[in-house]
Ligand binder design. Structure first.
Ligand SMILES: Nc1ncnc2c1ncn2[C@@H]1O[C@H](COP(=O)(O)OP(=O)(O)OP(=O)(O)O)[C@@H](O)[C@H]1O
Ligand SMILES: [Mg+2]
Length: 340
């Protein structure tokens, strides 16, 4: 089975990582795919979202990472049809410190997945990361081939992304040469505001065809579903949230092998895109030129700062792309020419 290993990541908090992981996973399961979700956040929002009583867990992903417990002992199999979960709880907050001196601490998860997947084949493995770039996120990146970045279509959306892309680039060089930034998913999109449209245009200007056509609109039903311990499909199958996640899942399936890095695919042929178990991921390797993450990092570095005066009189630093700035300047010049 060609398993896809996907880290859902953005070190910014509250951008929709967990919402994407749960509902995209559930959407794919509904479309007939076998899905494993791995909760790597000590907040355990993913586990809570799926109605797991985290205080009653006798073991969790913490035990896999810190006590080398078998992943199969921890996974709650088929929590929903074709949807399994490796749950977390607050114990995981100690993992960063406890693993400080552990040998091979970045690849503990990758190693644990190999025997698990031999007995429990999956089409998709998703890792829900905490909003930080610590050891838990590194374990996810070392065990993945793809990174999905949910980006909230609001002010400051792109701030801090250069750092994240730099980390992905570093992991690609040092730990996992097959890792690539695969999809950027616009989230919390407000169809009524100009700001959402502008931010989406900026995101597309930076990430090009990595940005999914399906965007996740703001939908109160998505915000309510976790408190009921339900996926959006269980909570309100007729909601726009349900519609958006079905569209996203179809897009992810339809473009399964569409490479964000076309140059690499052209150079290395289709075999380079085929998914293999994490155990087959080559260790330290040279950087892959033309890698999607690299290209995006270079683009992100071309962001410039502008100072914009706010209505309340305070100055604010605003990140703007060079391309955007050129467009604005050209528009100004055109307007001046018309007035003259
Ligand atoms: N499209 C949406 N419409 C409405 N509410 C949403 C949407 N996506 C997420 N939310 C809500 O926004 C909040 C943050 O979402 P979520 O927990 O998925 O973000 P996160 O990136 O995982 O956060 P953290 O960084 O804390 O892990 C939650 O209350 C969630 O229910
Ligand atoms: Mg989360």
């Amino acid at each position: 089975m060609n398993t896809r290993f996907i880290t859902v990541m953005n070190q910014k908090g509250g951008v929709g990582k967990t919402t994407v992981t749960v509902n995209l996973g559930a959407a794919l399961a509904r479309l007939g795919k076998e899905v494993l979700l791995v909760d790597l956040d000590p907040q355990a929002n993913l586990s809570i979202h799926l109605n797991v009583a985290i205080h009653e867990l006798t073991c969790s992903i913490y035990d896999v990472l810190v006590a080398q417990m078998e992943l199969a002992e921890v996974v709650l199999p088929r929590l929903r049809t074709r949807l399994s979960l490796a749950p977390a709880n607050i114990d995981l907050s100690g993992a960063e410190v406890e693993l400080v001196n552990a040998v091979g601490r970045e690849t503990l998860l990758r190693d644990a997945l190999v025997p698990y997947l031999r007995d429990h084949p999956c089409d998709f493995v998703f890792f829900d990361c905490p909003p930080s770039l610590g050891i838990l996120s590194l374990n996810a990146l070392a065990a993945s081939r793809e990174v999905f970045i949910p980006i909230q279509t609001e002010f400051f959306a792109l701030q801090g992304l250069a750092k994240l892309l730099g980390v992905i680039e570093l992991i690609t060089k040092r730990l996992n040469r097959d890792l690539r930034l695969s999809r950027v998913i616009p989230t919390l999109y407000d169809t009524r505001t100009v700001l959402s449209k502008e931010v989406l245009a900026d995101i597309k200007a930076h990430f090009g065809d990595m940005v999914t056509t399906a965007k996740i609109r703001k939908n109160v039903r998505l915000a309510e579903a976790p408190s009921h311990g339900k996926t959006i499909f269980e909570y309100d199958a007729a909601s726009t949230g349900s519609e958006d996640f079905t569209a996203l899942a179809q897009e992810i399936l339809g473009r399964k092998n569409a490479p964000p890095s076309r140059r690499r695919a052209a150079r290395e042929g289709p075999a380079a895109q085929a998914a293999t178990p994490p155990g087959d991921i080559a260790p330290a390797a040279e950087a892959v030129p033309g890698n999607g993450g690299h290209a995006a990092a270079v683009k992100a570095q071309s962001l410039v700062f502008l100072k914009r005066r706010h209505k309340n009189g305070h100055d604010a630093r605003v990140r703007v792309s060079r391309r955007r700035m050129r467009q604005v300047l050209a528009r100004g010049a055109a307007a001046r020419a018309v007035r003259a």
